[in-house]
Design a protein around this ligand. Structure first.
Ligand code: E4P
Length: 216
């Protein structure tokens, strides 16, 4: 399973990229709005730093404007994946963008039938929002399971990109289900490294080594 960082914060992106563990970046309009700088420059800087796909979202909701914004975003870098909301006009645009060879990430997927439509439209990535479904008392991971099953039933090439991840167990469960990608907030990514026995074990090894006087 690929791991993307879900962030528009350059300091987080630099730190995670330096760990060498992330395969790409997802942003959304809310994350971008927290950064006090022009969106095109921010996205260009992310693309310069990170080698993998970088999702940048359109904010138009009508076909012609979505296509215009998509082409503007696509011009920024070859890393760009145009993120498009799962609405009728959005999927119409995804169909055309797919024909033009522009990569897309269909976002705000909360139901398997919606996802089927996005796969049929030729989405490169499809983003089910797990945490937001859990917040409503629904089973976000069940949606990832259903989408993965549909993908394999019909041989769709769309990558299932688990989004709205809230904690490490979401990551584990997505990898067991067989999601293609999970996009993680910085705190969740960092927490994947942690276990108290790793810390205490390392402290013990280093203490014993120090006392022995050995050298490498
Ligand atoms: C996905 O691409 C979205 O940016 C993100 O995962 C949404 O997560 P949230 O529900 O924590 O806002």
């Amino acid at each position: 399973m690929q791991l993307f960082l879900d962030s528009a914060d350059m300091s987080e992106i630099k730190r995670a990229d330096d760990w060498g563990v992330i395969d790409g970046i997802t942003t959304n309009p809310s994350l971008a709005a927290e950064q006090d700088r022009p969106f095109d420059k921010l996205v260009a800087e992310i693309c310069d730093l990170v080698e993998g796909p970088v999702s940048a979202e359109v904010v138009a909701t009508e076909y012609d404007q979505i296509m215009q914004e998509a082409r503007q975003l696509d011009d920024i870098s070859e890393h760009i994946v145009v993120k498009v909301p799962l609405i009728k006009q959005g999927l119409k645009a995804v169909d055309e963008l797919s024909d033009e060879g522009i990569e897309t990430n269909v976002t705000l997927n909360f139901q398997a039938n919606q996802g089927l439509l996005a796969m049929k439209a030729g989405a490169t990535y499809l983003s089910p929002f797990i945490g937001r479904l859990d917040d409503r008392g629904q089973q976000g991971l069940q949606l990832v399971e259903q989408l993965t099953q549909i993908k394999h039933n019909y041989g769709f090439e769309t990558d299932i990109l688990a989004a709205s991840i809230r904690h490490p167990d979401h990551v584990l469960q997505c990898s067991l289900i067989g999601a293609d990608v999970a996009t993680l907030p910085f705190e969740v990514l960092e927490s994947l490294y942690d276990h108290p026995l790793t810390d205490s074990g390392l402290a013990g090894f280093l203490e014993d080594w120090e006392e022995s006087g050995l050298e490498i």
